[in-house]
Design a protein around this ligand. Structure first.
Ligand SMILES: NC(=[NH2+])NCCC[C@H](N)C(=O)O
Length: 489
């Protein structure tokens, strides 16, 4: 065999579905493992938490000028794209309930190197997202402090050096708080998360109820001032608000009765999120003419102010955003640690990431390492601008997940699946088509950064992970005589 085809074979070696299932489903095994402690309610809350973040608080201000009142239709279209992906993830996790989400599915369906690249995409979806979201926490804290007590943090302590500050302290504190909670255990974190989800959904429901009192159907005429293209452009922006609906999948090894609970939680989370989003959009447009949305920064608060002529709704909305950002960062860090856990357990990342504390069932060194990295990034870099990278990573992972559904159906038709996507193969094909359409609309700069990121990940794979893969016992012996490459981590 030539060297090239040998390398090719290694890169495309697939993890056996049986091995994956056995590893994920075994209740006991060598060494401490993650604990199965999450039922449907907590899993659903994880899905809602990681999806409803900051997006819904500002997106109408950017999307409504593009589509007019028909922005409501844009919400439905973006929701449809998210629903197709949610259905694909539900099938994958019901068959392969591992902590690795799309990474593990791609490992079984397409091979090791594609799986490693998907893990790199998930790092953008979760890891980079933590920083992109947490940098905004300080602004909301300052707004609340200002409204309530006339106090706010000095600029030097709430902005990264590139923005004229010293450190973004609120962002660092936020990551620190989430870490402390996660180290206590998945169940404890999920309970606190559930409370925060009730609060943030409660705040949005308050908006719907109060806003509805000023509903004026006349605001919906003309309905489509910018035609179909306006609706499409707005849908591409709005898709960001649905990102995160796949996060339930990363709890695959901590779910009780995963074949049933994981798809169910994914679907319930999707339905709740869609109802809340549509409610907010319809009420907002009923309460304020479409022409007034453009450029409104805290749009929802402005609407409530107009309706009630009082300041308290804006204070409550700001508090809602603060809670919302806290819970989303908690869940993002959770998901990121679980994906790293799965990759490390396969040998592709240092074993530090798969060591589990036997008492709490938490991968502690993994959590602390990734949290330190996230705190550094969010404290010292102006990462708000990287939000588009989050979309590129997520949409790529969604595309690969949909492809894996098809490949696994062909290669493993008899694999027990707790849930099967309806209208197969239409659903995964339509999911891929929609994701590719949304990907095509992203800026060239985003694509260049994404390309660089994938090249870096490919280098790590070729020079580190490929030889340490647990599917590669021979490679390990080749290495033995020589010095081992220094572990990353
Ligand atoms: N991977 C994630 N869940 N990232 C956060 C996505 C943003 C979230 N959907 C929002 O509206 O703010």
């Amino acid at each position: 065999m030539s060297m090239l085809s040998e390398y090719g074979g290694q890169m495309l070696r697939r993890k056996s579905v049986d091995a994956l299932r056995a590893m994920a489903l075994a209740e006991t095994g060598g060494g401490a493992r993650l604990k199965r402690s999450l039922g449907v309610t907590r899993l659903t809350m994880i899905g809602i938490s990681s999806t409803i973040g900051t997006g819904i608080f500002f997106i109408l201000g950017v999307a409504t000028p593009l589509a007019g009142p028909a922005v409501v239709i844009s919400f439905v279209i973006a929701g449809l794209a998210a629903a197709l992906s949610a259905l694909c993830y539900a099938e994958l996790v019901s068959a392969l309930p591992t902590a690795g989400s799309a990474y593990s599915a791609v490992y079984a369906a397409l091979g090791e190197a594609p799986a490693f690249l998907v893990a790199a995409c998930l790092f953008l979806e979760y890891g980079v997202s933590i920083s992109a979201v947490s940098v905004t926490w300080g602004q909301y804290l300052n707004r609340l402090g200002d409204d309530l007590f006339g106090l706010h943090l000095p600029h030097v302590l709430s902005a990264a050096p590139a923005e004229g500050g010293l450190v973004n302290l609120p962002a660092v504190a936020l990551v620190g708080l989430a870490t402390l909670l996660l180290l206590r255990g998945a169940r404890e974190s999920a309970t606190v998360n559930a409370i925060m989800v009730l609060l943030k959904v409660g705040v949005l429901i308050m908006f719907i109820v109060v806003g509805a009192t000023a509903f004026n159907a006349g605001n919906f005429h003309p309905f489509m001032p910018h035609g179909v293209s306006g609706i499409g452009a707005a849908a591409a922006l709005i898709f960001f608000t649905y990102v995160g609906i796949d996060s339930v999948a990363t709890a695959g090894e901590e779910a009780i009765n995963p074949h049933r609970t994981l798809p169910l939680a994914t679907m319930i989370a999707f339905i709740v999120v869609t109802c809340v989003y549509l409610g907010v959009a319809i009420v907002a447009l009923g309460a304020q003419p479409a022409a007034e949305f453009g450029g409104q920064e805290a749009g929802l608060a402005v609407i409530l102010y107009k309706v009630t002529q009082a300041r308290w709704p804006s204070v409550i909305l700001t508090a809602g955003a603060i809670i919302s950002i806290f819970s989303i960062v908690l869940v993002l860090l959770y998901s990121q640690t679980r994906v790293a856990y799965a990759v490390s357990r396969d040998g592709l990342l240092p074993s530090l990431f798969s060591r589990v504390d036997p008492r709490t069932g938490v991968p502690s060194s993994n959590t602390i390492t990734l949290a330190a990295l996230a705190a550094l990034l969010s404290g010292f870099l102006p990462l708000g601008m990287l939000a588009e990278l989050v979309s590129v990573g997520t949409l790529s992972a969604f595309t690969m997940a949909a492809l894996s559904v098809i490949v696994l159906r062909v290669r493993q038709p008899d694999l027990p699946r707790g849930f099967r996507t309806p209208l197969y193969p239409l659903t995964p094909l339509a999911s891929m088509a929609l994701c590719l359409y949304l990907l095509a609309g992203l800026a060239p700069l985003t694509w260049s950064l994404f390309g660089l990121w994938l090249v870096a990940a490919a280098m790590v794979y070729v020079f580190y992970s490929m030889r340490r893969s647990h599917l590669c016992p021979d490679c390990r012996t080749w290495e033995k005589p020589g010095p081992r490459a220094a572990p990353l981590g």
